[in-house]
Design a protein around this ligand. Structure first.
Ligand SMILES: [Cu+2]
Length: 139
């Protein structure tokens, strides 16, 4: 626990340092697009902290609604499966940690096991909608 907290703080510190460096170095107009690009990864990285949902010992259900995963950060056991509930009429495709899971509109798709995935933290996204993304930790 303590070690992972320190890791998160270090990552946040790193992100903040990069952000500050970008702001400090870019006094001209070119800093605009750079700052915008840095916002996304910072958000995704920040979500690995206190906002992460712990699915271990329970049921791992990821809801997709309005072109977003919910939760965007979660932890599962390798022995657990994942259930995707797509409330959108649009199809989505979860891609991350070596998984590719097509999810039709208005459908529920279950991944029975994650035992082929090495323990670790992975980013994931929708193959069709790159703004849909998050972080998954497999224990
Ligand atoms: Cu999508």
């Amino acid at each position: 626990m303590r070690r992972s907290t320190i890791g998160s703080v270090s990552i946040l510190t790193l992100v903040l340092t990069i952000t500050l460096a970008a702001c400090g170095g870019g006094g001209d107009a070119s800093a605009g697009p750079g700052a915008t690009g840095a916002t996304g990864p910072a958000d995704a990285t920040g979500a690995t902290g206190a906002d992460c949902v712990d699915f271990t010992g329970g049921t791992a259900t990821i809801t997709i609604s309005d072109f977003a995963f919910d939760p965007t950060c979660f932890t599962v056991s390798a022995s657990q499966g994942l259930t995707f509930v797509n409330k959108d009429t649009s199809a989505h495709k979860f891609v991350g940690a070596g998984l590719e899971v097509p999810i039709d509109g208005k459908s529920t798709v279950k991944v029975k096991s994650l035992s082929d995935i090495a323990p670790g933290t992975y980013t994931f996204a929708c193959a069709f909608h790159p703004t849909m993304r998050g972080t998954m930790t497999v224990q």
